[in-house]
Design a protein around this ligand. Structure first.
Ligand code: FAD
Ligand code: SF4
Length: 516
């Protein structure tokens, strides 16, 4: 007997820590499709297909290299439906000397994994997941700071450290071009005549089609449509998707990073999160490819820096926060928001055009780009005071790239400010004016973005001011909120009352019903 090497669905990486010293003559790799992982929230059907298909392709590639793979299918009658159950059965089948795995992405699975040794009586080694660019021990030390605890953690400072550590976009000890961040250049609206090139699609092969049929049969009630499934499911496809982005969209990624447009679900975004989060692509590969494009003058610095910041900065930062603050993080509700999620988040049936567009594309593609998640669905959830637990569940359900370590800090921290500002220094609240500036959504809307009070006024406007007024005391000590607070304080009391009455009328109206 050798080692049983357990590989999880989001660990489909050839160089995975737990596979590195694999001995094909003695070791067995276990991959198990378990019902529990598909249903702990009712994931979008495309997410389930993505993960199961990636696992099946990965197992096939391992077997082709002479590795013994023990693959448990979802519809295997003996399948226990849980990871712990499948590890225990595999341990009984193979009687290994040891079990080796790579640190999981989610707290829930870590807790489960920690019980495997006691359950099987076999030593379990859990290796650090070094596919990430930031080591969790280093993050903890950075977060604790020299004086034993930074008051505030800020992505920007973390990101600079990561630039220095990895050397990405560095010229000796200085940042390329003289600045760390070119975000100020990245706020263009999509003008007329600018047509983003359609991204490369990966139509399902026979393996994926078989998984699609299985998912339709087993999870018919889950959110979303499978029709347009076109995600990469192998490392080779993921590399092709990255190359497609670098060649055709990276150059404009910076300029239009914050833009939104009707009928343009992707714009100049990379579409790499599903591949990164399942391990088909590594963050280092993405940063290297972008940096190479800069060297070859195929993309400008503001685009390359913007893209690298998302991966080397935001992605690693939210993971660090997740492991630093869990499990308590998930239960925080600093703004005491309790309103139930309105039904239209599931149905897409709402008169607010910006939300209708974002939700419809989410249902069809299991994808919305960052600004839609942050400034449309997220902003609405924040200013309407929706219950963080329900909002969180929604974000976990609806995206193909949703994994708790990245979804939770983005939702709880960046969007809802439920962590009281641990992750981001101020809430990203905005009125309809922001959406109107960055998109064409308002032109197709029943509501009037220029009005703030009354039944035809854009609800985002009144909700925004109601949100600021609701929390004026709390935000009073935050210098980054001084501007809206000053504006509110200068408003005539009747104006504030009219805004708040409009907000209350909307919140009590039929759009906000939590049931169909
Ligand atoms: P691009 O815009 O092209 O960015 C490139 C890559 O940078 C992304 O693939 C991603 O890996 C990384 N990235 C960008 N922004 C972030 C961020 N804020 N946090 C972490 N990584 C980032 N991303 C997920 O991968 N899974 C999630 O479950 C998820 N949930 C989110 C929930 C909310 C409320 C918000 C506001 C953002 C969430 N994000 C999540 C981050 C981001 O929106 C997605 O990574 C991005 O839209 C994926 O599309 P893309 O590959 O085209 O990204
Ligand atoms: Fe959204 Fe308001 Fe614009 Fe309508 S008018 S699309 S609700 S921001």
């Amino acid at each position: 007997p050798g080692t049983l090497r357990v590989v999880l669905g989001d660990q489909c990486s050839r160089g995975l820590a737990s596979l590195r010293d694999l001995d094909p003559a003695r070791d067995v790799v276990l991959l198990a499709e378990v019902r529990g992982e598909c249903t702990y929230v009712r994931h979008h059907k495309q997410k389930i297909v993505l993960v199961l298909s990636a696992m099946r392709h990965f197992a096939k590639a391992l077997a082709a290299r002479g590795v013994t793979v023990d693959y448990i299918r979802l519809d295997d009658p003996a399948n226990t439906g849980t990871l712990a159950g499948e590890v225990a059965r595999a341990a009984a089948r193979h009687r290994p000397d040891a079990i080796c795995c790579t640190h999981p992405g989610e707290w829930r699975v870590q807790e489960d994994m920690r019980g495997w040794e006691a359950a099987t009586g076999i030593p379990v080694e859990i290796r650090e997941d070094d596919r990430f660019l930031c080591d969790l021990g280093w993050f903890r030390r950075w977060a604790q700071g020299k004086d034993g605890g930074k008051k505030q953690l800020r992505m920007e400072f973390f990101y600079r450290e990561m630039r220095k550590q990895t050397g990405f976009l560095m010229e000796d000890a200085s940042p390329a071009g003289g600045a760390w961040n070119y975000d100020a250049e990245n706020r263009k609206r999509l003008g007329p005549g600018i047509a983003p090139p359609p991204p490369r699609r990966f139509p399902p092969d026979a393996i994926t089609r078989e998984v699609m049929a299985l998912v339709e049969a087993r999870f018919p009630g889950h959110f979303g449509s499978l029709e347009g499934f076109a995600w990469p499911v192998t490392a080779q496809q993921a590399e092709q998707a990255l190359a497609d982005f670098i060649t055709h969209r990276l150059a404009d990624f910076g300029d239009y990073q914050d833009a939104m447009a009707t009928g343009e679900p992707v714009l100049f975004h990379a579409l790499v999160s599903t591949s990164l989060n399942t391990g088909l692509l590594l963050p280092r590969q993405c940063c290297e490819a972008a940096e190479a494009a800069l060297r070859q003058a195929k993309a400008p610095l503001n685009a390359v820096e913007g893209f690298i910041r998302q991966i080397l900065g935001w992605r690693e930062y939210v993971r660090g926060i997740y492991w630093l603050k869990m499990p308590d993080y998930a239960g925080l509700n600093a703004l005491e928001a309790t309103r139930p999620l309105p039904w239209f988040f599931w149905s897409g049936e709402t008169r607010l055009n910006c939300l209708r567009q974002a939700i419809a594309q989410t249902r069809d593609l299991a994808y919305a780009h960052h600004i839609q998640r942050l400034m449309v669905t997220g902003n609405f959830a924040l200013i309407a005071g929706l219950d963080p637990a329900q909002v969180n569940e929604w974000y976990m359900v609806v995206y193909a790239d949703a994994f708790e370590w990245v979804e939770l800090p983005n939702t709880h921290g960046m969007v809802l400010h439920a962590d009281g500002g641990m992750l981001a220094s101020k809430p990203y609240a905005a009125s309809g004016a922001y959406i109107n500036r960055m998109s064409d959504y308002c032109r197709g809307c029943d509501y009037d973005v220029k009005q703030s009070t009354g039944p035809t006024a854009c609800p985002m406007n009144a909700l925004y001011w109601d949100f600021i007024a609701r929390h004026d005391r709390r935000f009073g000590s935050n210098p980054r909120m001084a501007m809206p607070l000053n504006t509110l304080r200068k408003m005539a009391p009747e104006r504030v009352a009219a805004l708040r009455a409009t907000a209350q009328a909307f919140l009590a109206g039929p759009e906000m019903a939590p049931e169909p």
